[in-house]
Design a protein around this ligand. Structure first.
Ligand SMILES: [Zn+2]
Length: 240
C-alpha cells in the first residue's frame, strides 16, 4: 500500500505527462490551423487576381471590338468622300473622318494601356498560383504528420486521464483538493522532491526539523518557500 505522498508523487508524474501532451496537441492543432489559414488567405488573393485578370480580358475585347468598328466606319467614310461632289457635304464628311481619326487614336491609346495591364495581371496571377501551390504542398506534407501526432497523443491523454482518476480515487479528499489548488496556482507542479535538504521546487533549503519529518514519508508537508507538497528523495550515495 502506497502512502498518500507516494500516491501524490504518482499523480504528479501523470499530470506532468498530461500537461506536456496537451500542450503538444495544442501546438500541433495551432500549426494545422496556421497552415489552413495561410492557404485560405492565398487562395482568396488568387481568386481576386483571377477575377481582375478576367475583367481586364473583357475590357480588352470590348476595346478591340470598338476599335475595329471605328476603323471599318472610317474606311467607309473615306470611300464616300471620294464620291461626294457637293462642297457642303464634302466638308461634313471630312469632319466626320477627322472625328473618327481622333476616336481611333483615343481607343488605341486606351487599348495599349489595357495590354500592359493584362500583362502585369497575368504575371501577378501566375505568381500567386505558384505560391498557392507551394502552400498546398507544404500543408499536405505537414498535415499528415500533425494529424497523426494529435491522434496518438489524444489516445495517450485519454489513457492518462483514466489513470489520473484511478489515483485520485485513492487520495484523501482534503489532500486531493489541496493538490489541485497548488497544481493550478504553481504552474502545474504541486509535488516537489527534497534532495540533500533542498527543495527542488525553489532551490531553497528546508529547515532541519522539517527535513527530518519529510524523510519519514508519512505525512504531507508544504515547502515554507514555494508552498508545494514535499516528498523525500534519497541522496545519491544512499540511493545506490
Ligand atoms: Zn519549495
Amino acid at each position: 500500500m502506497s502512502s498518500q505522498i507516494e500516491l501524490l508523487v504518482q499523480l504528479q508524474e501523470v499530470d506532468q505527462v498530461l500537461r506536456a501532451n496537451t500542450q503538444a496537441v495544442e501546438s500541433s492543432e495551432g500549426r494545422l490551423a496556421e497552415l489552413d489559414e495561410a492557404h485560405r488567405i492565398k487562395s482568396a488573393a488568387t481568386d481576386e487576381a483571377r477575377a481582375a485578370s478576367a475583367a481586364l480580358g473583357t475590357r480588352q475585347r470590348d476595346l478591340e471590338g470598338r476599335l475595329a468598328a471605328s476603323e471599318e466606319k472610317m474606311k467607309d467614310r473615306r470611300m464616300r468622300v471620294t464620291r461626294i461632289r457637293n462642297d457642303k457635304e464634302l466638308g461634313l464628311a471630312r469632319r466626320e473622318v477627322d472625328l473618327l481619326k481622333d476616336e481611333i487614336t483615343v481607343l488605341e491609346a486606351e487599348l495599349q494601356q489595357v495590354y500592359e495591364q493584362v500583362e502585369a495581371a497575368t504575371t501577378a496571377l501566375a505568381g500567386l498560383e505558384g505560391e498557392l501551390k507551394s502552400l498546398a504542398d507544404a500543408r499536405e506534407a505537414e498535415a499528415a504528420a500533425l494529424k497523426e501526432t494529435v491522434e496518438r497523443l489524444g489516445a495517450d491523454i485519454e489513457r492518462d486521464r483514466g489513470r489520473r482518476q484511478q489515483i485520485l480515487g485513492t487520495v484523501d479528499e482534503a489532500l486531493r483538493s489541496r493538490y489541485e489548488m497548488i497544481l493550478s496556482r504553481r504552474g502545474g507542479v504541486a509535488v516537489v522532491a527534497v534532495r540533500n535538504g533542498t527543495c527542488e521546487g525553489g532551490r531553497m533549503r528546508v529547515p532541519p526539523q522539517l527535513y527530518n519529518q519529510i524523510q519519514r514519508n508519512e505525512q504531507v508537508f508544504l515547502c515554507p518557500s514555494c508552498q508545494r507538497m514535499l516528498h523525500w528523495r534519497p541522496e545519491q550515495s544512499q540511493a545506490s
